[in-house]
Design a protein around this ligand. Structure first.
Ligand SMILES: Nc1nc2c(c(=O)[nH]1)N[C@H]1C(S)=C(S)[C@@H](COP(=O)(O)OP(=O)(O)OC[C@H]3O[C@@H](n4cnc5c(N)ncnc54)[C@H](O)[C@@H]3O)O[C@H]1N2
Ligand code: MOO
Length: 393
């Protein structure tokens, strides 16, 4: 058994980045990795503008009524200059007229019977956004390697980067193994169970920005499993299997991998859930044998497979952030020879509440979980208030 940290380093060292890139539309760029810096071709705001609907005027004039000389809508250019005793009605986002040094919000004014307006607030604020205060020409708010989120799409749209260049997506073969499995469309009879891992993995691959290639349920014979793995290796960049990696009579996956020329780099990790996780390489291709238990499969994908996919796409932040948060209650476990991972809810005080968790088959514990917490190897008990690492999920 190797430590989880060692397993993570081995996977990291085995990754070969995919060099190809492609140009995509803004909406297609979501969850993809940017391959160039986005550089601003404009100042934002591109002109001095008002942050409020109100009256553009001179702060020094506010003790007296002001005559409205113009109405300035967003998208128009002011025609008049503000002189002593005058103001222009102005809409949020419109350019500030010459001569004005503040905008008083409409709700801080009153319209007098002679058509002038009077400031009824106490202390005027500027309410002016200065030219280039958000970004200047030549600055780069997004760098090469950024994993594109919706807010990044707004930035690219604002800067005219309408067809960004992104990394090609790894193709990931998904092979759930086991004669006990039936697809979710079926009612399992006798000792059968529904295949949840295959569908969980499809979703995890999509949310990691890669392309899932689902091969269907692979039966528990060496011949069938070998054929399926060989085909998957030929067709994809990464192969992910679940099940068949432990000590059972039908757990063939590791030895078939070896027969197919896969170099196995580890076959067990001191982590719970996920001990029998197996990892190997065949040339540039990565192959992960994840445990069949659905929580183990979920967690090991997040810890090992997702960062590998992000690294293949040259993402500059392939690892999820973890946060040190205090336990809401005392927590204990019976055995401590593995790093323990368990589903938790982070409450509104920022404390970690462990959820009822029966072990690596208890997928329902993840239904309400907002994070996975870690209890270090060798530690059996933690007291309320002690800090532990939590990874949001
Ligand atoms: N003698 C030992 N037995 C086991 C050990 C061990 O060290 N010595 N390790 C245990 C641990 S830890 C795990 S984790 C499991 C992993 O076993 P496998 O990866 O070989 O997985 P299977 O035996 O095929 O399945 C385990 C469990 O998960 C269910 N399963 C499998 N595939 C799916 C799927 N696609 N969707 C939903 N559920 C699935 C399967 O029916 C089993 O119940 O081994 C322990 N045993
Ligand atoms: O390590 Mo296994 O994933 O506990 O059940």
């Amino acid at each position: 058994m190797i430590s989880l940290d060692k397993a993570i380093r081995i996977v990291e060292q085995s990754v070969t980045a995919l060099n190809s890139e492609e140009r995509v539309s803004l909406s297609e760029s979501l969850n993809r990795v940017l391959r160039h810096d986005v550089v601003s071709d404009i100042n934002m705001p591109p002109f001095r503008k008002t942050a409020v609907d109100g009256y553009a005027c001179r702060a020094a004039d506010l003790d007296n009524p002001l005559t409205v000389i113009e109405v300035i809508a967003a998208g128009t250019t002011p025609q008049k200059t503000i002189a002593q005793g005058t103001c222009s009605k102005i809409m949020t986002g419109a350019p500030i007229p010459n001569g004005a040094d503040c905008v008083i919000p409409v709700e801080d004014t009153e319209l007098l019977s002679d058509g002038t307006i009077r400031f009824k607030g106490s202390k005027p604020k500027s309410n002016i956004c200065e030219l280039g205060e958000d970004i200047k020409i030549g600055e780069s708010p997004l760098s090469k390697g950024t994993l594109i989120k919706p807010q990044h799409i707004a930035i690219m749209a604002a800067l005219g980067c309408h067809s960004p260049i992104v990394s090609v997506r790894p193709r990931v073969s998904i092979l759930p193994t086991g004669d006990e499995l039936v697809e979710p469309t079926e009612i399992p009879q006798g000792s059968k169970i529904r295949n949840s891992n295959g569908h969980q993995l499809i979703a995890q691959v999509i949310s990691a920005g890669a392309i899932p290639m689902y091969h269907g349920i692979v039966g528990d014979t060496e011949e069938v499993t070998e054929k399926a793995i060989a085909r998957a290796l030929a067709e994809s960049d990464v192969v992910v299997l679940t099940g068949g990696v432990s000590m059972g009579d039908f757990d063939y996956v590791p030895r078939i991998m070896e027969r197919l020329g896969v170099k196995i780099l580890f076959d067990s990790i001191a982590v719970q859930p996920g001990k029998p996780t197996t990892f190997g390489v065949a040339g540039n291709k990565l192959i992960f044998g994840l445990p069949g238990n659905p929580v183990s499969s979920f967690v090991q994908f997040e810890l090992l497979v997702k960062p590998a996919l992000l690294m293949m796409m040259q993402c500059n932040e392939p690892y999820a952030r973890t946060y040190k948060l205090p336990l809401a209650i005392d927590y204990s476990r019976k055995r401590a020879e593995r790093l323990g991972l368990f589903p938790v809810i982070v409450n509104d005080k920022g404390e970690v509440e462990p959820l009822e968790f029966h072990g690596s088959a208890h997928i329902f514990s993840l239904a309400k979980a907002t994070g996975i917490a870690a209890i270090p190897l060798g530690v059996k008990e933690l007291k309320k208030g002690e800090l532990l690492d939590v990874r949001p999920i």
